[in-house]
Design a protein around this ligand. Structure first.
Ligand code: PLP
Length: 423
């Protein structure tokens, strides 16, 4: 009998995988808490929450129960002209906790579609109002997804190289690294002064795919305050940072000024199922609320607001809002902080950075890049130790599910220490 891994090789094309260099995929047959179990019975510590989605552990019994109850009642139905309790309840609950208390929830399928909707909403908002604001601003090295609009507002990189000619123009401001935040803020203001900017899109506090690059809330506040001053919409892409990764429920909770649009996905369902949300202000919704049908938002997906998936999101919110979850996030924060202090003077390390439950270790290299040879060395080192750490170039990071225990964190720290010792 061929194994799943062998059968996979014949028929599957994996995402973000150099299929020639990495033909073998590990076949997972079971998930339990922070552990993934493969077909040979090996247990892997999921230290990156399976691409940053999982909040409460794999196959969490409470989420599984709520999903199966909903699937037995109503698994799916069309969401144009129809609605259902899970979608309405989820929207009510999200609107209650989202920064800036937005007014409306638009559902889609994943992080990229949540961003596509946000881009379309903001461009059409100004169009509907008869104002010539067509420019979008983003941060250098940003990552907002893999569909074309989301790629356009993402930094130009190896991810987008083959499509450069097909991406619409976006103005990029420098990332606010230490010493250059004033220049970044000034660059934003210079662009906003031209009075033709539809929206500024940003990953608040942490640029995930860029290599967990972090900046302070005072910079985010300065960006947002400028956008308000120059009447430009703010899109906060909280696809990765949302649902507690940076400490508070949302990264934008760390500042006073609120975004006009918030994009959510990943942790929205506790990582159990795919769902995208684009939340917007009443003012944005009102610009589409018209007898003139050219002003409506022409966007929708077959599985918009799938009730089974909304049930997963509701169950995940129940778990997220328990005191125990807040305490776990604080515990992870403290553990990362103590660990950082033990390694941050290592000569091979350029920088250790932390925001909330995310810790990133950047190694010194002459030529940092996504495909740096160090990446594969590190990936294999940790996989051999049955720890899933998917480095981004010369950066490794831990972004664990909140249910991770101290002893499980220690397993990851010990493996990193061992890696450092052999450098
Ligand atoms: C900030 C951010 N936005 C959008 C996306 C795209 O989300 P998805 O992979 O669900 O399309 C990601 C994915 O990593 C992300 O980190």
């Amino acid at each position: 009998m061929p194994t799943i891994r062998e059968r996979d090789r014949e028929v599957i094309w994996h995402p973000y995988t150099p299929m020639k260099a990495w033909p073998e995929a590990i076949a997972i047959v079971k998930g339990e808490g922070v552990w993934l179990v493969d077909e040979d019975g090996n247990r892997y510590l999921d230290a990156i929450s399976s691409w940053w989605v999982n909040l409460h552990g794999h196959s969490h019994p409470y989420i599984v129960q709520k999903v199966s109850e909903q699937a037995a009642l109503l698994e799916h139905c069309i969401f144009a002209g129809f609605t259902h309790e899970p979608a309405v309840r989820l929207a009510e609950r999200l609107l209650d906790i989202l920064p800036g208390k937005p007014s409306k929830i638009f559902y889609s399928d994943n992080g990229s579609t949540a961003v596509e909707v946000a881009i379309k909403m903001s461009l059409q908002y100004w169009n509907n109002k008869g104002k010539k604001k067509k420019k979008l601003i983003a941060l250098q090295n940003a990552y907002h997804g893999d569909t074309f609009g989301a790629m356009a507002v993402s930094g130009r990189s190896i991810f987008t190289e083959a499509f450069t000619d097909f991406l619409f123009d976006v103005a990029f401001i420098p990332f606010p690294s230490a010493g250059s935040s004033a220049a970044s803020i000034a660059a934003l203001e210079a662009l906003l002064q031209q009075n033709d900017v539809a929206a500024f899109i940003v990953e608040p506090l942490v640029q995930g795919s860029a290599g967990m690059c972090m900046y302070g809330p005072e910079i985010l506040e300065a960006y947002f305050a400028l956008c308000k001053k120059y009447d430009t919409l703010i899109i906060a892409d909280e696809v990765m940072t949302g649902f507690g990764r940076t400490g508070p429920l949302f990264a934008c909770n760390s500042i006073e000024t609120s975004p006009d649009i918030v994009c959510l996905s990943k942790g929205l369902t506790g990582g159990a199922m795919p769902l995208g949300v684009t939340a917007c202000s009443q003012d944005i919704f009102d610009a589409f609320y018209d007898d003139d049908r050219t002003k409506m938002l022409y966007h929708g997906h077959s599985f918009t607001a799938n009730p089974t998936i909304c049930a997963a999101a509701l169950a995940s919110l129940d778990l997220l809002l328990q005191d125990g979850c807040t305490e776990s996030r604080l515990r992870i924060y403290d553990a990362h902080k103590a660990f950082a202090e033990t390694i941050n003077t290592h000569p091979a390390i350029a920088e250790v950075r932390q925001t909330g439950t995310i810790i990133a270790i950047e190694f010194k290299t002459d030529t940092p890049s996504y495909h740096h040879s160090m990446r594969d060395v590190m990936y294999r080192f940790f996989i051999d130790k049955k720890i899933i750490l998917r480095p981004i170039g010369n950066v490794i990071y831990l972004l664990p599910p909140y249910c991770i225990g101290n002893n499980e964190l220690e397993l990851a720290y010990a493996a990193i220490r061992e890696f450092l010792e052999q450098l």
